[in-house]
Design a protein around this ligand. Sequence first.
Ligand code: AMP
Length: 215
Amino acid sequence: MILILLGPPGAGKGTYSQRLIEAYKIPQISTGEILRTSVKNGTEMGTKAKGYMDKGLLVPDEIIVGIVSERIKDADCKNGFLLDGFPRTVEQANALGLIFEKSKLKLDSVINIIVKEDVLFKRLTGRRMCKVCGGNYNIYTLPSKVEGVCDKCEGALYQREDDKPETIERRLKVYAEQTAPLINYYKDKNILHDVVASEGSIEEIVEKIKTIIGK
Ligand code: AMP
C-alpha cells in the first residue's frame, strides 16, 4: 500500500500518519522529520536545509527527491509506505512518478486533508513535539498527560521554530502557491480523495481515511 497525505501545514498529517501506519503496518516517510533529524545531527544536508526551514520556505527539490528515492529502497518499505509532507511541488510529484515507474511501484491513494485556515493557525501555534521521538501533541486538542513531557518516551516537548506565528503565515502562503496545485494534479489522475478534517475527533478522521483506503 502506497499512500500520500496531502494538506496544508497544521492539517494533522503527522498525527493521522502515526495512526495509519499502525493500522496498515507500513512505515511513515516524513520529509520534515528526516530534515529535522539531519539538522539535529548537524549533517551537511541538515545545515543546508535549516535556513530554508526556519524561514518557512521549501528546501530545494533535488535535496528532497534524493532523500525520498533513497529511503523507499529500505527493506521496511517493501510492503508499501506512507508519504507525509512529500511531494510538495509539481516538480517533486513528477520526480516521484518517474521513480515509481522505474521501480514498478503503484501509488494507491492520495488523501487530501482539508482544514479551514483559522483552525490551521490554532493547530500550528498549539503544536508541540517531542525532542526525542518526534511525537506530536497539541496544547489545545491533544495535550500530553504531563505538561511538557512526552507520554511515550518522557522526552521534553518543544515548539518548532517554524511554528512561531510570524513563520506560519509564510508557510501557509508557500502551501497555497507551491503545494495546492498538486490537488488538481492528482485529481486529474483519479487518485485523489478529499477528507474534510476541520471538525471531528482524530479517531473519526482516521476512520474516514480508512474507509476510503479500504474501498
Ligand atoms: P513539515 O514537518 O512537513 O511541516 O516540514 C517542515 C519543513 O521542512 C518545511 O517547512 C520545509 O522547509 C521542509 N520540507 C519538508 N518536506 C519538504 C518537501 N517535500 N519539499 C521541500 N521542503 C520540505
